[in-house]
Write a protein that binds this ligand. Structure first.
Ligand code: CP
Length: 335
């Protein structure tokens, strides 16, 4: 994909290294606006349809904030029950209707493939905010952007890095999309750590192996998390057929400062797409890590706004006009 204007962003499979570089270059340009050093009105009058048919905090709100930061308006719907989908309306019809109200649509839905099906009825670009266990391309982009920044700060590269992915690798759409993006780099070691029943799908392991990466599949943290990047994921209980089944796995993999000190390198970067499950029977990423400088989870969150601003600017064809529509910020802005 070289020209983003008017195109849907549905899967990381659309994005080669040149496209990724273009998105990251555009995201870098967004920093002064995201940090409220300056305003831009480049999308003044444009409307985002922010359609979230499944629970979300970060993705939904950061899509909305990103659009507002570019000067646009946001119309939003949340939950299936408050939409006419609950009355049997098809995704195609829903898309035809909603795309006549908006210039671009961000959408999350619990079924794999649903956002693509929706996009087929849409007259405006659709950005996938997560479709079931399938893909979460904007999360993967913000994760990759974060990995690149964190490694560059310690003079390392994505090529030749060691990444350990831990948790529910079967249902975790963020690790599916991130793995496919990372497959485009060179000589990475992937430690895929999960209960056997929640292992990374075979087709994604094949993508990594066929691209020449080393893949270690294990159910043990010990000896496998002395990595450059440690990427933890939540047990995706909403994808299980029963809560009892999900509960079998909750709390099996936990990271706290003591485990980090014992098993990780002194500079292992800790990532998690969030939400982390902080209930006592899970506590997968302990709050005692909050002061660890290698905990990158809140930097991921901030990078997500930059990436989503970049995707809006690119899909709406205004990435070269952002600074032409600048003005000052006249209210208190955080340091
Ligand atoms: N990472 C992520 O997708 O978070 P939300 O479910 O809160 O959007």
């Amino acid at each position: 994909m070289t020209d983003f204007t008017g195109n849907h962003i549905l899967s990381v499979n659309q994005l080669d290294r040149d496209a990724i570089a273009k998105i990251f270059e555009t995201a870098n340009m967004m920093l002064p606006y995201a940090q409220r050093k300056k305003r831009t009105h480049v999308l003044d009058g444009a409307i985002l349809g922010n359609m979230f048919f499944e629970a979300s905090t970060r993705t939904r709100v950061s899509f909305g904030s990103a659009f507002n930061l570019l000067g646009g308006f946001v119309r939003e719907t949340t939950g299936m029950s408050s939409s006419a989908l609950a009355k049997g309306e098809s995704l195609y019809d829903t898309a035809r209707v909603l795309s006549s109200y908006a210039d671009v649509i961000a959408m999350r839905h619990p079924q794999s493939g649903s956002v693509k099906e929706f996009s087929e009825g849409s007259m405006v670009p659709v950005i996938n905010g997560g479709d079931g266990a399938n893909e979460h391309p904007t999360q993967a982009l913000l994760d990759l952007y974060t990995i690149e920044k964190e490694l560059t700060a310690s003079l390392q590269t994505i090529d030749k890095m060691h990444i350990a992915m831990v948790g529910d690798l079967k249902h975790g759409r963020t690790v599916h999309s991130l793995s496919k993006l990372l497959a485009q780099y060179k000589n990475i070691t992937f430690s895929l750590i999960s209960p056997k029943a929640l292992a990374m799908p075979d087709e994604i392991v094949s993508v990594l192996e066929n691209a020449g990466h080393k893949v270690i599949i294990t159910d043990s943290i010990e000896g496998n998390v002395d990595a450059d990047i440690l990427y933890l994921t939540r047990i995706q209980e909403e994808r299980f057929t029963s809560q009892e089944e999900a509960d079998l796995y909750r709390g099996q993999f936990r990271l706290n400062q003591q485990i980090y000190t014992k098993h990780c390198k002194s500079n292992t970067v800790i990532m998690h797409p969030l939400p982390r499950d902080s209930r006592s029977d899970a506590n997968e990423l302990d709050t005692d890590l909050n002061l660890n400088p290698n905990l990158a989870i809140f930097r991921q969150v901030e990078n997500g706004v930059l990436i989503r601003m970049a995707l809006f600017a690119l899909t709406l064809g205004v990435s070269d006009q952002v600074s032409k529509h600048e003005s000052d910020v006249h209210w208190f802005s955080r340091k």
